[in-house]
Design a protein around this ligand. Sequence first.
Ligand SMILES: *Cc1c(COP(=O)(O)O)cnc(C)c1O
Length: 225
Amino acid sequence: MTEAHVPITAEIVRSRAAVLRTRIDSVAGDRPVGIVAVTKGFGVEAVRASVAAGLVSVGENYAQELIAKAADLGADPAAAPEWHFLGRLQSNKVRQLAGIVDVWESVDRAELVDEIAKRSPGATIFLQVNLSGEEQKGGAPLGDIPSLAARAIDAGLRVTGLMGVGPAGDPELARPGFRDLVAMADRLSLPERSIGMSADLEVAVEEGATLVRVGHALFGDRPPR
Ligand SMILES: *Cc1c(COP(=O)(O)O)cnc(C)c1O
């Protein structure tokens, strides 16, 4: 079902973002919900188009891809996104990403907390909760989150939220995990809840998402990796 490769322009992103806003607002009402535009698998033009369309929070999953796109964008402040790192992260990649990444959303273990605190003192992080039980999606078990948060705060990091990826399939399957994540964020007084993607964002917003991370609803089908 791959579409012919259509260049991604700011106009396309703007019109798809308007559709996305309607979907979000139909559930959120007046409650503000932010959008992280997920550009993994697309070229740097998707990042430029996103920022030009007013979606300045941009998410990537792979260290090398993010570093390459940031280098392509250069120092132009008008093109500069707020970079969110979303993917599974090896500690040895942290050093190269420090100074580029603005929000580390996928922090899921003590080793990573310690390395980010060392390479990017005071950085803003979210802790990732594993909601699906699938190891390859990353995330810490919910029960480990309080101690990870304490460790990160002790290390001087700004822990501002929790992130989770719902299971694939019927969006309703994601609801119990989203609910548990939001309850934990409430308990730890963490304001940000980064849950919901293209397919399950209505459920996430109903359960209290403050950020949704959206790729294909903005940019179309991802080219095969
Ligand atoms: C790819 C990805 C997204 C965006 O997924 P879509 O289904 O394209 O909206 C969001 N969050 C994470 C962690 C991802 O890996």
